[in-house]
Design a protein around this ligand. Structure first.
Ligand code: NI
Length: 254
């Protein structure tokens, strides 16, 4: 009954025990996982994992940190990958100003190109936005990215910014960070965001929830995130699973 809307199971952190972990996940009720591409290599890997694992769907795209990869040749390949079976989104794409590189002037056209691709292939987008709230908002708004639909994944801004993205039609992706003691801002965002616009995600292997903070994350830890959301919203854990499952299926059109 759990849908992990954002995972990176192609990561080498899972090289040793991927198969046994997937078995455990099946037993734990992780019914769906969307594996998210972050560059051309992981997008290709996502497509082959989707062919191999029935519970897995995928997104293909180039993350802002790898945006120097975008050119006419990779765009053509990305389009081919996007049209494969079980590929349900373009992502993760976006802006990341936390790191000094790549330059904003490289990140922005890569985002613009991939929003155009999403429109062309008629898929929602998975947006990564870190320390770049204003530019992300401006670009998504100017490019009418809300027409694609999609999610602002691992949401890290305040509720005023959440309102802007919700108004554009986006979902808010919530993961392990919401369980951290100092995550006051994200707890407020969860409180503010209507339940039918929240998605569960891990971003694994990163961002494990408390009590596994700092360890390798996996979909097995999503119950801690769902519990925290249930507490904040004052609804049951089961309701959180049910509603976030419906939301994810609706957004990814599964
Ligand atoms: Ni990610």
């Amino acid at each position: 009954m759990i849908f992990d809307t954002h995972a990176h199971y192609d990561d080498e952190a899972f090289a040793e025990d991927r198969e046994s972990l997937f078995e455990q996940m099946k037993e734990a009720g992780i019914d769906f996982v969307v594996n998210i591409g972050a560059n051309m290599a992981s997008s290709r890997e996502t497509v082959s994992m989707c062919e191999k694992y029935p519970f897995m769907y995928g997104a293909v795209g180039v993350h802002p940190s790898d945006s120097q990869e975008m050119n006419d040749i990779t765009l053509k390949e990305l389009k081919e990958l996007a049209m494969k079976d079980k590929i349900v989104a373009i992502g993760e794409i976006g802006l990341d100003y936390y790191w000094p590189e790549p330059a904003h002037e490289i990140q922005k056209p890569a985002l613009e190109t991939q929003i155009a691709l999403a429109k062309e292939v008629n898929l929602p987008i998975v947006v990564h936005s870190r320390d770049a709230a204003k530019d992300t908002q401006d670009m998504l708004s100017a490019l009418k990215a809300g027409d694609c639909g999609g999610v602002i994944h691992c949401f890290s801004y305040g509720k005023e910014m959440a309102r802007e993205f919700l108004n554009m039609g986006f979902y808010i992706g919530v993961g392990g960070v919401v369980t951290f003691k100092n995550a006051k801002k994200l707890k407020e965002v969860v409180e503010y965001t209507p339940m039918d616009r929240i998605l569960l995600e891990t971003d694994c292997p990163y961002l494990a929830p408390t009590p596994y903070r700092g360890k390798r994350n996996s979909s097995l830890y999503l119950p801690y995130v769902a519990e925290e959301i249930a507490q904040i919203k004052g609804i049951s854990y089961e309701e959180v699973l049910k509603i976030t499952m419906e939301n994810a299926k609706k957004m990814y059109r599964i």
